[in-house]
Design a protein around this ligand. Structure first.
Ligand SMILES: [Fe+2]
Length: 165
């Protein structure tokens, strides 16, 4: 019998019947992360006020991290044999992130608006960790790292609003 180590087969899941479902979970997380990165960039252009420069620079940092996370999540889906759709139409249809108004926005409002969207995405993923883990622990690990990063960003946004830890 051929050794698993020499095989090019797809990774065996803890529950192989869940392959498409796990791929679907990864796709929607990827779409939320892409949308967060687009909204973050939008707010990077909209921000005004005394703290605008710092917020503007901070937003580029987190946008870069969300784009990298979206790539990690997408590549986990492909690793499992599911090709995710990260094109604009699919992101617009699949993302659960609320869009922002296209207008100038005060620095503190930018931080608040982004913070609640980041929190919502993190919470939605966190709620699915148990069921994802029952199907595939390695995917759960990828999503745990995503939640960890998003929750770190929540803290950094909260700190900019002057909220104590
Ligand atoms: Fe810029």
């Amino acid at each position: 019998m051929e050794s698993v180590a020499n095989s090019v087969q797809l990774p065996p899941l803890d529950n192989p019947n869940e392959r498409a479902a796990v791929g679907g979970e990864l796709q929607v997380v990827m779409q939320d992360l892409i949308d967060l990165s687009l909204i973050g960039k939008q707010l990077h252009w909209s921000v005004v006020g005394a703290a605008a420069h710092g917020v503007h620079l901070f937003l580029d940092e987190v946008v870069g991290e969300w784009r990298e996370l979206a790539d990690v999540v997408a590549e986990r889906a492909v690793t499992l044999g599911v090709v995710p759709d990260g094109q604009s139409a699919a992101v617009a249809a699949g993302s659960r992130v609320e869009s922002v108004a296209v207008r100038s926005l005060a620095d503190h409002a930018v931080v608040w608006e982004l913070g609640r969207r980041v929190a919502a995405v993190a919470e939605r993923i966190r709620k699915r960790l148990g069921s994802v883990g029952a199907a595939d622990l390695v995917t759960q690990d990828v999503l745990v790292r995503v939640v960890g990063m998003l929750e770190k960003h929540q803290w950094m946004l909260r700190a900019q609003l002057g909220e104590k830890a």
